[in-house]
Design a protein around this ligand. Structure first.
Ligand code: UD1
Ligand code: CA
Length: 463
């Protein structure tokens, strides 16, 4: 069993967004914590919600059970709210704060293992900190055993000097936890019911209480303000980048690469500097991503090249090239070996295998077949100010440069649309469409124009 504490408002964040919903590497911190807890094979995960209960619940959805803490009377009071759900269960219960997103599943596992092998009533995850400000201090007996936890605000000067802190992560014997919570009072500086008091209560009862120290500073960060948020962001980013590099991804500049917590990348893909990969983006093997690309919730195949581009909810097939300076908006579906060149914008459009849109185009609300060539500056005219219309271009068609395709219309298979045409009607298979004024040449007229212009200038200069 696991209990995640997420009812606090997070006053120190000075934010309208509830603290546990602040993202770290693109994912709300409580999402990180719950995912980690779930990796440790906890059959039941209970999230204590209060401030922003609806928002937290709608974000986490079915992934957890919820109990409401109507008034935030402290962490001990928060845990107590789970009593109706699990109070009578036997076994171990992990308690984690929703604001410690960097705690790892490995550590939760080791903590639980130590706890169970030593038949402890409580095991607390601790860390040595150079600057323990704001954290509860772990007070130990001369023989090294944990005695109690004292909140910073309740510390004597000697306790204040202690550097071993409570990370806010624990493993408890479930029955002993709920029994001890009954004895917790709010007689302290903050007048709160502290979960941390359970530790001292169990020690006094002669129970086995252990401390398990983590060496990973990141795991101990509880995010109470934006300074800690930024620190956690940096450490999480580093951790995510490391994971991908160990999986065979090359990251040329880790300091300018931002990869979201839920991004997947195949081996031998190279991430170039200045690249952001966000949301549920999936990238295949052997692709070259970046430099300077911003990719959200997109699916990218193998052997793809993307340079200086922005992708949002787009699909890119294998061996396709995108950019430099392309913008693929939601609903873009590119097949294999497609070319999307510079200054091309695509929205709600499917472009099938082998087709090319090489320069300066807008393709919106369209379906383009295989091996189609869309010339420089050609665009789909999809909007009349009120309605959106579809353009359909079939396989092997050729759209010349600077063509306007005024939707709705269809260009048939193998048809040819001549450069500079403004097309308003469908073009049948293998037909040629031309819609522009015929050219007229006036022999020698250039010299006439020039002498007229020169004369005008000479007159002006005299004045
Ligand atoms: C807590 C610990 C402290 C520890 C630190 C680690 C207590 C009394 N103190 O302090 O020893 O060093 O975490 O980060 O436990 N919450 C509720 N309901 C409440 C109060 C808090 O759900 O009534 C939740 C918050 O949303 C938060 C977590 O519990 O996720 C911790 O609360 P917070 O106020 O941040 O505690 P700290 O002062 O950081
Ligand atoms: Ca905290």
């Amino acid at each position: 069993m696991a209990i995640v504490l997420a009812a606090g408002q997070g006053k120190r964040m000075k934010s309208k967004l509830y603290k546990v919903l602040h993202p770290v590497c693109g994912k709300p911190m409580v999402g990180h914590v719950l995912d980690t807890v779930k990796q440790v094979n906890c059959e039941r995960s209970i999230v204590v919600v209060g401030h922003g209960a609806e928002a937290v619940q709608s974000y986490l959805g079915e992934a957890a059970e919820y109990v409401l803490q109507e008034q935030q009377l402290g962490t001990g009071h928060a845990v107590k709210q789970a009593k109706p759900l699990i109070g009578s269960e036997e076994g171990s219960t992990i308690v984690v704060c929703g604001d410690t997103p960097l705690v790892t599943a490995e550590t939760l596992e080791s903590l639980t293992q130590l706890h169970e092998s030593r038949k402890a009533a409580a095991t607390v995850l601790t860390a040595d900190m150079n600057n323990p400000k704001g954290y509860g201090r772990v007070i130990r007996h001369e023989d090294g055993g944990v005695l109690r936890i004292v909140e910073q605000k309740d510390c004597t000067p000697e306790e204040d000097a202690v550097r071993e802190i409570n990370t806010g992560t624990y493993c408890f014997d479930n029955a002993k936890l709920f029994a001890a919570l009954e004895k917790v009072t709010n007689k302290n500086v903050q007048q709160e019911f502290y979960l941390t008091d359970v530790i001292g209560i169990l020690v006094e009862q002669g129970e086995v209480v252990l401390g398990y120290q983590t060496n990973d500073y990141a795991e101990s960060i509880g995010i109470n303000d934006r300074v800690a948020l930024s620190e956690a962001e940096g450490l999480m980013r580093k951790r995510i980048n490391h994971k991908h590099m160990l999986n065979g991804v090359t990251i040329l500049d880790t300091t300018s690469t931002y990869i979201g917590a839920d991004v997947t990348i195949g081996s031998d893909t190279v991430i170039h500097p200045g690249t952001l990969l966000k949301g549920n983006t999936v990238i295949g093997e052997n692709s070259q991503i970046g430099p300077q690309s911003d990719i959200t919730d997109s699916t990218i195949g193998d052997g793809v090249t993307i340079k200086h581009s922005v992708l949002d909810h787009a699909e890119v097939g294998s061996r396709t090239t995108v950019g430099p300076f392309a913008y693929l908006r939601p609903g873009t579906k590119l097949g294999e070996e497609v070319k999307i060149g510079d200054f091309v914008e695509v929205k709600n459009a499917k472009i099938d295998d082998g087709s090319k849109v090489s320069h300066l185009s807008y393709i919106g609300d369209a379906s383009i077949g295989k091996n189609v060539n869309v010339g420089c500056g050609a665009i789909t005219v999809n909007y009349d100010g009120y309605n959106k219309f579809m353009t359909e271009i079939e396989d092997d068609a050729f759209i010349g440069s600077n063509v306007n395709l005024i939707a709705p219309l269809k260009v048939g298979k193998g048809a040819y649309v001549v450069a500079g045409s403004t097309i308003t009607q469908s073009v049948s298979e293998n037909d040629l469409a031309i819609a522009r004024k015929r050219q007229e040449n006036k022999p020698g007229y250039a010299e006439k124009i020039r002498s007229r212009a020169k004369a005008t200038k000479a007159n002006k200069d005299k004045e």
